[in-house]
Design a protein around this ligand. Structure first.
Ligand SMILES: Nc1ncnc2c1ncn2[C@@H]1O[C@H](COP(=O)(O)OP(=O)(O)OP(=O)(O)O)[C@@H](O)[C@H]1O
Ligand SMILES: [Mg+2]
Length: 337
């Protein structure tokens, strides 16, 4: 459904010279510098998939989404979505996609929400019966009824985000681009939005590209991840592959019989570990030791702990995706891999 082939985006940034004279000079003869925001990114997304598109701040995610939605034109490379080029087939292309940028609304500020939807219905040429069916479904999954008659400017952030998502889905797009749709929302609204995305994806086989910094969104919705950093691909694979390739972090959980015993555990000295390879946290007598199982085998950690102090309820768990990605963002795992 989506083919992205070596896309690149350069921006020109004006460099202002210091002082008033500098400002005047920059006005008439601006000095510019090239910024490479996206540098040779490729991936593809089959129909019906929810792709988790992630990376640290400034990685180039929004710039990629803007190229895929036709807002920006790539400096080099190409993208094809449902056989169309977003820049060349702009008019027919926008009917096939839905876009939500969590950071800003695309709704009309002063119009009541229901009127906004009525306008969008005309713009997208949605038939009456299809519109009614769609509104009923969106009302149900996104719970819009409480504020559908209110002007957009009076909506809370959570209501506005639900309203924006509904607006992007009104014309039953084949592809939905969501750039941080859960940013700044409470857990209840996040949950509502995740369910809505899952339901639409299942019922209509909508292909979804989802950008987020909340990795629970990814765990709950995506099987596959494309991760970028500094404008380049760093990982493309399933969540399971990510876990098995990079998930060497493990967690030891136990309860101390005697709270003061924690000081007797000296994992770093015993196994020659760095701060990154082992961290010990405790909440009163409950202790979590996170460690790199490539550096110390799980058995050695267990036997050292059990022989040093008296503990209750000891267990070992895999580190979660959050931990793996935190390490990937910090580049340690990439350097090791
Ligand atoms: N219009 C622009 N002009 C100049 N530089 C830009 C422009 N838009 C983006 N950039 C730069 O391109 C880089 C990538 O930005 P982008 O917004 O795509 O990152 P992102 O991955 O979406 O980050 P975040 O997670 O913070 O939203 C950044 O260094 C940014 O400053
Ligand atoms: Mg962004």
């Amino acid at each position: 459904m989506i083919y992205v082939d070596s896309i690149r985006k350069e921006f020109k940034k004006t460099i202002k010279q210091p002082g008033l004279l500098g400002s005047v000079k920059s006005l008439f003869k601006p000095k510019t510098e090239k910024v490479v925001a996206v540098d040779n990114i490729s991936f593809h997304v089959p129909k019906g998939e929810i792709l988790g598109f992630i990376g640290p701040n400034g990685a180039g995610k929004s710039t990629v989404i803007k190229m895929l939605t036709g807002i920006l034109t790539p400096t080099a490379g190409s993208c094809t979505i449902n056989g169309k080029n977003p820049q060349k087939n702009r008019k027919s292309y926008v009917k096939e996609i839905g876009v939500v940028f969590g950071q800003r609304t695309q709704l009309w500020w002063d119009l009541p929400l229901c009127e906004t939807y009525a306008v969008l219905k005309e713009i997208y040429e949605v038939e009456d019966s299809a519109y009614k069916r769609k509104m009923d479904l969106l009302n149900e999954v996104l719970d819009l009824q409480d504020f559908i008659k209110s002007p957009v400017r009076t909506l809370s952030l959570g209501q506005r985000m639900r309203a924006d998502i509904a607006a992007s889905l009104l014309h039953s797009p084949k592809v939905l681009f969501l750039d941080e749709p859960t940013i700044g929302l409470d857990v209840v609204v996040k949950d509502n939005i995740r369910r809505a995305i899952a339901q639409i994806n299942e019922e209509e086989q909508t292909t979804v590209v989802l950008t987020t910094h909340d990795l629970s969104d990814i765990e709950l919705l995506s099987k596959r991840i494309v991760m970028i950093d500094k404008g380049r691909n760093v990982f493309d694979g399933t969540v399971d592959e990510l876990k098995s390739n990079f998930g060497q972090m493990r967690e030891l959980h136990f309860e101390l019989a005697n709270e003061g015993d924690l000081t007797k555990l000296e994992y770093k000295a015993k196994f020659g570990l760095t701060d990154e390879d082992v961290t010990v946290k405790n909440d009163k007598s409950k202790v979590t030791v996170r460690f790199n199982s490539d550096c110390v085998p799980v058995g050695d950690m267990l036997s050292y702990t059990l022989s040093s102090i008296h503990v209750q309820d000891i267990s070992v768990r895999d580190a979660d995706i959050e931990e793996i990605i935190r390490r990937l963002y910090k580049k340690e795992v990439i350097a090791d891999a």
